[in-house]
Design a binder for this molecule. Structure first.
Ligand SMILES: NC(=O)c1ccc[n+]([C@@H]2O[C@H](COP(=O)([O-])OP(=O)(O)OC[C@H]3O[C@@H](n4cnc5c(N)ncnc54)[C@H](OP(=O)(O)O)[C@@H]3O)[C@@H](O)[C@H]2O)c1
Length: 244
């Protein structure tokens, strides 16, 4: 049986990478899905590939007014949100000593401010017992050199989930974090050199990076009613990288 049949899902940053794989997995499990991203061509291409049950909307998660406009579209077309995946995120590397104000503002604008407003602006649309899933990172607990600012932003995501989980009763949602380890997406492959990639794979107990679909499978479990009593938790899909 399709585990997300009749559910309405939002996946921010759903045009590529982990978000795209998540939107595809949700579609395959029967959900109606809305995806976002900043680049119009990428959003349109993703929506076209995923088919009629997936709607693509250009929306920058770091701009609250754009989120409001996006949620108006969701409200008009679907009336509610059962599953919200705040996945849009950026990683920018810089050795400590070369961190700039622009880098900090850019990373925190999407990963922290964007995550906060992605949920807050969605509150009026969330259905009873909605499942909210935030994309964290193993970087929050095991940061790589040059990614300290990114790691801090993902630690903030984990802290937000802890806080929001306490308001589960008041707001009627549950919230959890999926923290991927290194995953084969454009976002990662653009960020690190081939040598770093080799080192990263060697450091994973499973001996390889994740495929986006392996992260999407975990997110699908958290989106489904099978995880109805799971709240405030963090799940790692990292081949053991940050676990042992
Ligand atoms: N790949 C990994 O190894 C890894 C590991 C741990 C955690 N993560 C996390 O997983 C999530 C997805 O990353 P990914 O690897 O799949 O990267 P990706 O392939 O670069 O995809 C990122 C997605 O987010 C969108 N996006 C970025 N900034 C946005 C913004 N301000 N508003 C709306 N959409 C935005 C991108 O589209 P536009 O650029 O067009 O906006 C794209 O759709 C991120 O939160 C990332 O930090 C990734």
């Amino acid at each position: 049986m399709a585990v997300l049949a009749d559910k309405v899902a939002v996946v921010t940053g759903g045009s590529t990478g982990i978000g795209f794989a998540t939107a595809r997995a949700f579609r395959d499990e029967g959900a109606t899905v809305f995806i976002t991203g900043r680049r119009k061509d990428a959003v349109e291409a993703a929506a076209a590939e995923l088919g009629a049950s997936v709607t693509g909307v250009v929306c920058d998660a770091s701009v609250p007014s754009e989120l409001d406009a996006f949620y108006r579209i969701v409200r008009d077309r679907a009336g509610r949100i059962d599953v919200l995946v705040a996945n849009a995120g950026v990683g920018i590397a810089a050795p400590f000593g070369e961190v700039t104000e622009e880098l900090i503002d850019s990373v925190f604008a999407t990963n922290v401010k964007g995550t906060i407003f992605t949920l807050q602006q969605a509150l009026p649309l969330l259905s009873d017992s909605a499942s909210v899933i935030l994309t964290g990172s193993t970087a929050a607990t095991r940061p790589n050199p040059g990614l300290e600012v990114y790691a801090a932003s993902k630690a903030a995501v984990r802290a937000l989930a802890r806080g929001w989980a306490l308001s589960a009763r008041a707001h009627g949602f549950r919230v959890n974090v999926v923290s991927p380890g290194g995953t084969r997406t454009g976002g990662l492959l653009d960020l690190i050199t081939p040598e770093m990639l080799e080192q990263a794979e060697a450091a994973v107990p499973l001996g390889r990076l994740a495929e986006p679909e392996e992260i999407a499978a975990l997110t699908t479990f958290l989106a489904s009613d099978a995880s109805s009593y799971v709240n405030g938790a963090e799940f790692h899909a990292d081949g053991g990288y940050a676990q042992v």
